[in-house]
Write a protein that binds this ligand. Sequence first.
Ligand SMILES: *[C@@H]1O[C@H](CO)[C@@H](O)[C@H](O)[C@H]1NC(C)=O
Ligand SMILES: *[C@@H]1O[C@H](CO)[C@@H](O)[C@H](O)[C@H]1NC(C)=O
Ligand SMILES: *[C@@H]1O[C@H](CO)[C@@H](O)[C@H](O)[C@H]1NC(C)=O
Ligand SMILES: *[C@@H]1O[C@H](CO)[C@@H](O)[C@H](O)[C@H]1NC(C)=O
Ligand SMILES: *[C@@H]1O[C@H](CO)[C@@H](O)[C@H](O)[C@H]1NC(C)=O
Ligand SMILES: *[C@@H]1O[C@H](CO)[C@@H](O)[C@H](O)[C@H]1NC(C)=O
Ligand SMILES: *[C@@H]1O[C@H](CO)[C@@H](O)[C@H](O)[C@H]1NC(C)=O
Ligand SMILES: *[C@@H]1O[C@H](CO)[C@@H](O)[C@H](O)[C@H]1NC(C)=O
Ligand SMILES: *[C@@H]1O[C@H](CO)[C@@H](O)[C@H](O)[C@H]1NC(C)=O
Ligand SMILES: *[C@@H]1O[C@H](CO)[C@@H](O)[C@H](O)[C@H]1NC(C)=O
Ligand SMILES: *[C@@H]1O[C@H](CO)[C@@H](O)[C@H](O)[C@H]1NC(C)=O
Ligand SMILES: *[C@@H]1O[C@H](CO)[C@@H](O)[C@H](O)[C@H]1NC(C)=O
Length: 367
Amino acid sequence: MQWSLYLLILMGQCCFFTCRQYEYHFTAENKSWSEAQRYCREKYTDLAKVFDMTDMSRLRNSTQNQGEAWIGLNNNTDGNRTWHWSLPGVEYIQNDSSWNQSGRTDKEKPGNCVRKRDKLADVSCNHTLWFICYDEMKKDNKTLHLIETFKNWTQAQNYCRYNYTDLASGLNQVDGEEMKALFAGRVMSVWVGLFRDSWRWSDGSDFSFRYWDMQLFNDKQSNKTCAMTLLNRSGNWSSDECDKEKPFFCYDDKMILIKENKTWEEALNYCENNYKRLVSITNPEVQGWVQETAKNADSPYVWIGLSYKCTLGLWLWVSDYVVCYEKWATEGKTEGCVMSVGVDRGGQHEWFSRRNNETYNFICSKQ
Ligand SMILES: *[C@@H]1O[C@H](CO)[C@@H](O)[C@H](O)[C@H]1NC(C)=O
Ligand SMILES: *[C@@H]1O[C@H](CO)[C@@H](O)[C@H](O)[C@H]1NC(C)=O
Ligand SMILES: *[C@@H]1O[C@H](CO)[C@@H](O)[C@H](O)[C@H]1NC(C)=O
Ligand SMILES: *[C@@H]1O[C@H](CO)[C@@H](O)[C@H](O)[C@H]1NC(C)=O
Ligand SMILES: *[C@@H]1O[C@H](CO)[C@@H](O)[C@H](O)[C@H]1NC(C)=O
Ligand SMILES: *[C@@H]1O[C@H](CO)[C@@H](O)[C@H](O)[C@H]1NC(C)=O
Ligand SMILES: *[C@@H]1O[C@H](CO)[C@@H](O)[C@H](O)[C@H]1NC(C)=O
Ligand SMILES: *[C@@H]1O[C@H](CO)[C@@H](O)[C@H](O)[C@H]1NC(C)=O
Ligand SMILES: *[C@@H]1O[C@H](CO)[C@@H](O)[C@H](O)[C@H]1NC(C)=O
Ligand SMILES: *[C@@H]1O[C@H](CO)[C@@H](O)[C@H](O)[C@H]1NC(C)=O
Ligand SMILES: *[C@@H]1O[C@H](CO)[C@@H](O)[C@H](O)[C@H]1NC(C)=O
Ligand SMILES: *[C@@H]1O[C@H](CO)[C@@H](O)[C@H](O)[C@H]1NC(C)=O
């Protein structure tokens, strides 16, 4: 066993792209959005939700169809808008000290996109401003880049997603030291990756990813409250009246939250006996989906299938994969023989080392 583990590690088993804990299913039958939702909840988990561009690519790859199809996003919210960070996986947590809503200049109209001056304020998305991109690869040793070109919010987001990772997202980036250095005492207004809308996912998830077709989608058509993907237009999204009948995408969750408090070993056994094993998080998409699951826990952390192997001196997934993707909390990582990983139920859902004998809810994987 030890020897084969060693071999796996030497081979650098990583599972970055292929492993996922959910599947998309395309159904060619024509149904209204609510009938489609009922069908998906019966046969699978729910209508499809999409975490990021990789998910979108998977969704498209799950069918040859080239028409329109419902996805699980709708605007039946009476116009109740919620804030989202543009970068997938960053939770929006209200902090009044970052905002100055009354600090808009005379030229600025209130709106659904956010610019930073000394503080944040919401302004109309069609203003054109300089903007701050976030680069996860840290090319040039910097995570934040000031782009000194005037663009509206959507164009700025496209620019950052194409040339870097995304618009600057999360208060750590937006209020951090690197941002202060970019401002260097200047007074200027720049876009950051914060927007709000009234669209919600069918299963209640907070996913911020939007893929609207800017030519076809008009945010004022208030009787078109259900979202569809246009498979012949690169999968871009538009909206339509919900009683129209169309094919649709469902998703099937391969992980399940067990709302019982168990030690890590007990959780491990429970999953192996009833499902497959404790869940492994091998890429940002799976982390994103785990985050939504962890929110429903009733313990402060949820166990996942990562623990410290003393004999090897490293962290290893129960699926035998080495750690390629990680989301440790600052100072959350403590190595020790009786340590495993709990995902924070709240905050940014980061990883914390916890003693194996502590008892938490946990997430099993069915495959
Ligand atoms: C669904 O409706 C479209 C257009 O109304 C039609 O072309 C298609 O054949 C229908 N598909 C099925 C499976 O009935
Ligand atoms: C979807 O299919 C395309 C073309 O076959 C491929 O390049 C791409 O990697 C696939 N995407 C995913 C997420 O598997
Ligand atoms: C609007 O949405 C927020 C967050 O989802 C929720 O807390 C609030 O109760 C909603 N307000 C109304 C009026 O529905
Ligand atoms: C809000 O932000 C301030 C300053 O950045 C910080 O000191 C404070 O802890 C934050 N509050 C919460 C609830 O996160
Ligand atoms: C941003 O600019 C593009 C291109 O000029 C335009 O199509 C789009 O509608 C603008 N978006 C907003 C929110 O004004
Ligand atoms: C932005 O939208 C406002 C109304 O929402 C409009 O008056 C203004 O002309 C628009 N500006 C541009 C540049 O499109
Ligand atoms: C980035 O920083 C590292 C060490 O801090 C240095 O070795 C490297 O040359 C730097 N790269 C660039 C492009 O500045
Ligand atoms: C990427 O950056 C280049 C300039 O460095 C710019 O010309 C191009 O338009 C950007 N791409 C997008 C999609 O905005
Ligand atoms: C969503 O619904 C609200 C309230 O009905 C409406 O004001 C808004 O324009 C709608 N947005 C879209 C994109 O249809
Ligand atoms: C939706 O609104 C459009 C334009 O306002 C109108 O032509 C259409 O008949 C409306 N549809 C329904 C079902 O009310
Ligand atoms: C699990 O533990 C938490 C406290 O950590 C407690 O609030 C919750 O009720 C417990 N759940 C069960 C099912 O015992
Ligand atoms: C876990 O074990 C440590 C030492 O082995 C002990 O100090 C601690 O009290 C135990 N915690 C629980 C919740 O049993």
